[in-house]
Design a binder for this molecule. Structure first.
Ligand code: SIN
Length: 194
């Protein structure tokens, strides 16, 4: 599949007939909403892990020197914490542009927390943007140090790749959410940058 997923996503009209629905954010959508939402709640999904395995050729890197951003990897028994937003279908057009570099709209069970750092309680069927190995923009697994080195070097129209990682790490900490992959990468990047 080519980098640009806008055409694919425009066919995925799961919630077109709803007044509002929930979107799960696990990367920049946690710390930089940048879209109108009706409500937001800390939330979790299960059997997925967040990994810096996807390439950013349009936001945090370039085609010549791609950055690395998060996607979700199937991982039985794992839990990924993030932020869910209740949005209207009209918001998706702009989100499809933002997430066009390989991310596809997917349906997913989302467990909403009733309060900050609360245990996930209510389950809803919502939407998430996931990039898989089918995408030409996918970079795949690499040693943590190699990923950190790539992140330190990359920058794109949305800014430095390291800020994407460090903002995500900070946001997760503030929400009381633990993610070793993210915190270990942030530690490597800070060490390399010293
Ligand atoms: C997300 O945040 O949910 C998707 C990945 C990103 O935009 O960083």
């Amino acid at each position: 599949m080519s980098f640009d997923t806008r055409e694919h996503n425009s066919q995925r009209r799961y919630f077109d007939q709803c007044d509002s629905f929930w979107l799960f954010g696990y990367g920049s959508l946690i710390w930089k909403a940048g879209f109108a939402y009706l409500e937001r709640r800390p939330a979790s999904i299960f059997n997925w892990s967040r990994r810096f395995w996807h390439g950013s050729h349009d936001h945090r890197g370039t085609v010549q020197s791609p950055g690395r951003v998060v996607t979700l990897i199937k991982d039985e028994g794992a839990r990924c914490d993030g932020m869910a937003y209740r949005i209207t279908p009209a918001v998706l057009a702009d989100l499809d542009i933002r997430e066009k570099n390989g991310y596809l709209r997917e349906l997913i069970p989302i467990y909403l927390s009733s309060q900050l750092s609360g245990a996930p309680s209510t389950q809803v069927s919502g939407l998430v943007y996931i990039a898989t190995a089918d995408s030409e923009a996918y970079l795949g697994e690499a040693p943590l140090l190699a990923i950190a080195q790539q992140i330190v070097q990359a920058k794109g129209p949305s800014g430095e790749n390291r800020d994407y990682l460090l903002n995500l790490d900070n946001a997760l900490r503030q929400l009381g959410m633990q993610d070793e992959h993210v915190s270990q990468l942030a530690a490597h990047v800070q060490q390399i940058s010293e």
